[in-house]
Design a protein around this ligand. Structure first.
Ligand code: AHM
Ligand code: MG
Length: 331
C-alpha cells in the first residue's frame, strides 16, 4: 500500500485550487455525499442481522414497492445535507416532491438529485447495488417557481457520480475535469483515490440488457442485439452478455471495461424504465467525461430537457463506438 494516499476531500481540494475564487464549499458537499454513502454501506454490511431487509408496506412515486433500505438510504442523504447550508432542495426517486432542506431554503447554493439506493431487486440477495447523485446550481425562485425551474438539462450539472456497494465500496465522481474513483478503507472510514482519471475503452466486448424482455422489444433493439451476437472476427463479435440488474453495477463494469448498456423503449414503455434526472443524466456526464457516450437513441442524454422531475428515458450508454453503432440501428 502506498504511503501517501489521497483522500476524496484532498482530491477535491486539489482540483478546486485550479479554480481561482473556489470557496471549498463544493468539497464539503462531496463530503456530505460521501458520508451518506458510508452510512448506507455500513447498514448494508449487516442488513441481514438487523432486520433491515425486506419491503415496507408502501408504494413509491414510481409505483414500486419501497424497500426498508430505500427509506434508510433516502434519510441518510437528507440528514447529510442538513448542516452547512449548501443544499436547498433534494429530489429523490423515493419522494414525489422535492424536499426542502430545513433552514437551507434560501441559502443553499445547490440542488441535489439522488437515487438513494439503485437496484432494489438485488438488495435482499446480496448483489452489488449503489446510489446515484447529480448536483446542480440552485435556480432562482422559490416554491412552485423553483419546482418548475428544477427541470434542468443534464449538460448543466456541475458534478455527478455514484457510490457502489460491492465487494468494496467505491465512490466515483466527475466535476467536469475527468472521472475519478475512490475506494472506501473501512478500517479508517475514508475514501482513497484508487482509479485516477478513468477512460472508457473506445469499444468493448460486452453488452448489457434485460433479455427477458425480448418479446417486447422494438425491431430496432432486436436487430441490434442480433448484430452483437453475430460472429465477425474483425469487429470482435459476438459480444458477451452481462446483466446484473443494478444499473450502478452494470454501468461501473461498462465504464471500466467498455461495451454498451441498454434500457430501451418498448411498445408498452415509451420511455424505457430508467429516470432521466437521477439515473441517466448523472451517468451520462460520467461517461462523457470518461470519453464515452450516452444517448436516448436519437439525442445525447445531456441535451434532453426534462418535462417532469421523475421522467424516464430510453438509454444507450457506454463506449463511444458501441453507442455510435447502437444509435445507427435506431436512426
Ligand atoms: P430501482 O431504481 O427501483 O432500483 O430500479 C432501477 C433498476 C436499475 O438498477 C436496473 O438497471 C433496472 O432497474 C433493472 O430493471 P429490469 O429488472 O427491468 O431489468
Ligand atoms: Mg434506480
Amino acid at each position: 500500500m502506498s504511503a501517501e494516499r489521497i483522500t476524496l476531500t484532498r482530491h477535491i481540494l486539489m482540483q478546486q485550487q485550479q479554480h481561482p475564487g473556489a470557496t471549498g464549499e463544493f468539497s464539503i458537499l462531496l463530503s456530505q455525499i460521501a458520508l451518506a454513502a458510508k452510512r448506507i454501506s455500513r447498514r448494508l454490511r449487516v442488513a441481514g442481522l438487523t432486520g433491515a431487509l425486506g419491503a415496507k408496506d408502501e408504494i413509491n412515486v414510481q409505483g414500486e414497492i419501497v424497500q426498508k433500505l430505500d427509506e434508510i438510504s433516502n434519510d441518510a442523504f437528507l440528514e447529510s445535507f442538513a448542516y452547512g447550508q449548501l443544499v436547498s432542495d433534494m429530489v429523490s426517486e423515493e419522494m414525489e416532491q422535492p424536499a426542502q432542506i430545513l433552514g437551507n431554503a434560501d441559502k443553499g447554493k445547490y440542488v441535489v438529485f439522488v437515487d438513494p439506493l439503485d437496484g432494489s431487486s438485488n438488495i435482499d440477495v446480496d448483489v452489488t447495488i449503489g446510489s446515484i447523485f447529480s448536483i446542480h446550481r440552485r435556480p432562482a425562485g422559490s416554491g412552485d417557481t423553483l419546482k418548475k425551474a428544477l427541470h434542468l438539462k443534464g449538460r448543466d450539472q456541475i458534478a455527478a457520480g455514484y457510490a457502489l456497494y460491492g465487494p468494496s465500496t467505491m465512490l466515483v465522481y466527475t466535476a467536469g475535469a475527468g472521472v475519478h474513483g475512490f475506494t472506501l478503507d473501512p478500517g479508517i472510514g475514508d475514501f482513497f483515490l484508487s482509479h485516477e482519471n478513468i477512460h472508457v475503452p473506445r469499444r468493448g466486448s460486452t453488452y448489457s440488457i434485460n433479455e427477458g424482455r425480448r418479446n417486447n422489444w422494438f425491431p430496432e433493439t432486436r436487430n441490434y442485439v442480433a448484430y452483437l451476437q453475430k460472429k465477425d472476427k474483425d469487429s470482435g463479435r459476438p459480444y458477451s452478455g452481462r446483466y446484473v440488474g443494478s444499473f450502478v453495477a452494470d454501468f461501473h463494469r461498462t465504464l471500466l471495461k467498455g461495451g454498451v448498456f441498454l434500457y430501451p423503449a418498448d411498445p408498452k414503455n415509451a420511455n424505457g424504465k430508467l429516470r432521466l434526472m437521477y439515473e441517466a443524466a448523472p451517468m451520462a456526464l460520467v461517461i462523457e467525461q470518461a470519453g464515452g457516450r450516452a444517448s436516448n437513441g436519437r439525442q445525447s442524454i445531456l441535451d434532453l430537457i426534462p418535462q417532469t422531475l421523475h421522467q424516464r428515458t430510453p438509454l444507450l450508454i457506454g463506449s463511444a463506438e458501441d453507442v455510435d453503432t447502437a444509435e445507427s440501428f435506431y436512426a
